[in-house]
Design a protein around this ligand. Structure first.
Ligand SMILES: [Zn+2]
Ligand SMILES: [Zn+2]
Length: 249
């Protein structure tokens, strides 16, 4: 498989002093994807894009983000054709629906999941934006494992703040396949230590944030704790809760 490497954005993300460079990249990719889907290029009017959104639909969090982004007409048009396909498939499911009891009468095994339930599971698990985001993030993980062969990049990574728990998991998962043999020791010793140290730092920020509510500390400095709640949430789940809503310009 040919690898597409995006060294520039990955290098940039590791220079941002973010709690997690992959959160930083994912936010970029997500906003780009939302803008692509609903923005000025009106790609939802292109037949191949519409075929993809008709097939996949969107997940809960992305419908909310698309609603917030704006372009109600674009949202309406995409849902209109999605509804057509979804209702056609549901009608077929219902036409062919056989209750487990009837199945037994026909001498068929009643076990196994209802086809209707299988269809629902599939329908409810796909998202056009998630699939675009995952595709790009996979390229970024691959790029990271390519870049760590370079000493300069390794130094940059060592100076970073580690990762959020979500991307820590992703990184270890991808490492099983992409981690270059010569960098195993560096990768595990650096990343594991970095996770311990930086979780301890953020935990400490959280402690001081709470301490600041004690009246005896009212005039004490905030240190790094003013945004401790949002950064602690990011470290845990890989989100930016303090971000302004992303809207069309
Ligand atoms: Zn992250
Ligand atoms: Zn999604």
């Amino acid at each position: 498989m040919k690898e597409h490497l995006d060294t520039i954005p990955v290098n940039e993300a590791f220079e941002k002093e973010d709690e997690c460079p992959f959160c930083y990249l994912q936010r970029q990719v997500e906003q780009k994807a939302i803008r692509y889907a609903l923005g000025p290029s009106a790609s939802y009017m292109e037949p191949d894009v519409r075929a993809a959104t008709d097939a996949m639909g969107f997940c809960r969090q992305h419908y909310k983000k698309m609603y917030d982004y704006g372009n109600s007409l674009g949202n309406a048009l995409m849902m209109q054709t999605y509804y057509v396909g979804m209702r056609r498939e549901l009608d077929a499911q219902i036409t062919n629906f056989i209750t487990p009891e009837k199945k037994k009468l026909f001498g068929k095994k009643p076990e196994g999941e209802l086809p209707l339930l299988q269809w629902l599971r599939q329908k409810n698990s796909t998202c056009f934006l998630c699939s675009k985001i995952n595709y790009n993030m996979d390229r970024y993980y691959a790029t990271y494992f390519h870049l760590i062969k370079d000493e300069e990049f390794r130094k940059k990574a060592e100076a970073g703040k580690g990762f959020c728990m979500h991307h820590f998991e992703k990184l270890l998962e991808v490492a099983q396949e992409k981690l270059p043999n010569g960098q195993m020791d560096w990768f595990y010793s650096t990343v594991l230590t970095q996770m311990q140290q930086n979780l301890s730092r953020v935990h400490g920020d959280l402690d001081w944030f709470i301490e600041k509510f004690d009246y005896r500390n009212a005039s004490a400095p905030w240190k790094n704790s003013k945004d401790a709640v949002s950064r602690s949430m990011q470290k845990l789940k890989g989100l930016y809760p303090a971000d302004a809503t992303y809207r069309q310009d």
